[in-house]
Design a protein around this ligand. Structure first.
Ligand SMILES: Nc1ncnc2c1ncn2[C@@H]1O[C@H](COP(=O)(O)OP(=O)(O)OP(=O)(O)O)[C@@H](O)[C@H]1O
Ligand SMILES: [Mg+2]
Length: 445
């Protein structure tokens, strides 16, 4: 690795000090409160490992934070506003709300690359590049929170960011470059904290922040165009989605998805709190916890957490049906979230909608259980527990029929209109209303 001389964002640990052996064991947790743009210190998080290697996380809200009239809890399920220490040994000792603010597969890779080693300690990942992460939380080693971040990547940086992402995917060493190149790389690192596996960066454009999702050289189709088309198709099916469009950088398409957890206020941003479906389910990302991944249970947790359960639970039902009808088998719990712009939590707009083309045309499974017959993406199975989504059985039948008809009738037209090529349409065509969706399977509606 070449020597890196540029300074990371304030509050960010220097790569040279990042190693698992020297990992910090505690940090401060900051939050941007509803309607505010500056961080305040909410509490302290400590992560230790005992001599058997069992991790324990501890979180305590600060006294001055609890004394505020406008204090809000970090999440609606676990870290309720109260004195005393919260403890967990689940999830490697990292509370769900904090884990949701951590980088995921892609972000971790960028950070490891920059640090020149892996794996790093959990807190190293958490402390790195504090300004762009999803939700309203920040982390640092100082009791005083950092100032709000004012500088973001712009869309004109996309080509550069994409080329760095390509090198990282190819695992090529990034050649020694000018100071300017190092700064560009740090910009990418600075926006590496959004979750997910696909290469991405955050850019500012048109007075808003956008997640830029890059195509990978090994993609089987143009993901940027197809994902944008799926968001458009979902809206045509009555699903509330994130806003998106496709831009071209260096002759390649890049999907821009507008961030729903940020809203511009002057030259800084208001931030909404955000926790994933995984946190609502109190589940881990691992296969061991797979039996906790359930739309039905998520609907019930959502009904408890949401200020608008009568709107949000049926909306989740619609998303589940839509995912089954486009064979979005990557609909894992991190692809669902709730957000709080003020004190109230609501289901976030839908995002990360991608079709899949498994070989089987008889049975396809969603990532989460969706009814009496488990994960089976089948009309009768989706219908079987509709009442838990606050959808009466008759109404559920109508919703399933409507989405089925809309997907069948409109996927191709919308995909072509949004720039998906004829060849890519052919490749993904098997994803839509697959045969098994209505197979006679003893799952009558
Ligand atoms: N419009 C948005 N506004 C705010 N946060 C978002 C938005 N879209 C996605 N996110 C957050 O960023 C994360 C990564 O985004 P996304 O799921 O689209 O990426 P991905 O790499 O395709 O994910 P996966 O690993 O599921 O394939 C999400 O899990 C969610 O936390
Ligand atoms: Mg995702």
């Amino acid at each position: 690795m070449r020597a890196r001389t540029s300074a990371p964002a304030p509050g960010t640990p220097k790569a040279s000090t990042m190693s698992s052996s020297q990992s910090p064991t505690e940090c401060f947790v900051y939050i941007v409160l509803p309607g505010r743009t500056e961080f305040v210190t909410a509490g302290r998080f400590e992560l230790t490992t005992d001599r058997h290697g069992i991790p324990t996380g501890r979180f305590v809200y600060g006294k001055s934070y609890l004394a505020r009239d406008d204090a809000v809890p970090l999440d609606p399920v676990e870290l309720k506003l109260r004195k005393g220490t919260f403890r967990t040994s689940a999830m490697k000792g990292v509370f769900g709300a904090i884990r949701d603010a951590c980088p995921d597969f892609w972000g971790r890779r960028v950070i490891e690359r920059h640090a020149g080693k892996s794996p790093l300690g959990e807190l190293d990942y958490l402390l790195f590049s504090p300004h762009d992460r999803a939700g309203a939380l920040g982390f640092g080693l100082n009791a005083e929170p950092p100032a709000p971040h004012r500088e973001f990547n712009k869309t004109i940086h996309l080509e550069k960011l994409q080329s760095f992402a390509d090198k990282l995917i190819a695992d090529e060493d990034v050649p020694a470059g000018s100071e300017a190149e190092q700064v560009e790389e740090l910009l990418l690192i600075g926006s590496a904290t959004m979750g997910g596996a696909r290469p991405k960066a955050v850019v500012e454009d048109d007075g808003a922040l956008w997640i830029a999702k890059f195509n990978r050289p090994d993609d089987k189709w143009n993901h940027a165009r197809v994902e944008h088309a799926m968001l458009t198709l979902a809206r045509a099916c009555g699903v509330r989605t994130a806003e998106s469009h496709v831009v071209t950088a260096g002759r390649r398409d890049v999907l821009l998805v507008k961030r729903f957890d940020r809203e511009k206020a002057g030259d800084v941003y208001l931030r909404a709190r955000m926790v994933s479906g995984l946190t609502l389910l109190r589940a881990e990302d691992t296969h061991r916890d797979r039996d906790k991944w359930s739309y039905v249970v998520l609907a019930e947790e959502l009904r408890r957490a949401s200020a608008e359960p009568k709107a949000d639970a049926p909306e989740l039902f619609r998303r589940m049906c839509f995912n089954a009808l486009i064979s979005n088998t990557d609909d894992h719990p991190r692809n669902h979230a709730i957000i709080a712009k003020d004190a109230d939590w609501k289901l976030s707009p839908a995002y990360d909608l991608t079709p899949a083309t498994p070989m089987s045309i008889e049975r396809r499974d969603l990532a989460m259980s969706c009814g009496d017959a488990g994960r089976y993406a089948h009309a009768g199975n989706l219908h079987s527990q509709s009442i838990r989504f606050l959808v009466e059985p008759d109404e559920a039948r109508v919703i399933i029929d409507e989405i089925e008809q809309a997907v069948r009738a409109r996927w191709y037209e919308i995909a072509r209109k949004e720039g998906v090529t004829e060849k890519d349409c052919e490749t993904i065509s098997g994803a839509f209303v697959y045969d098994g969706f209505r197979l006679a399977a003893g799952l009558e509606m």
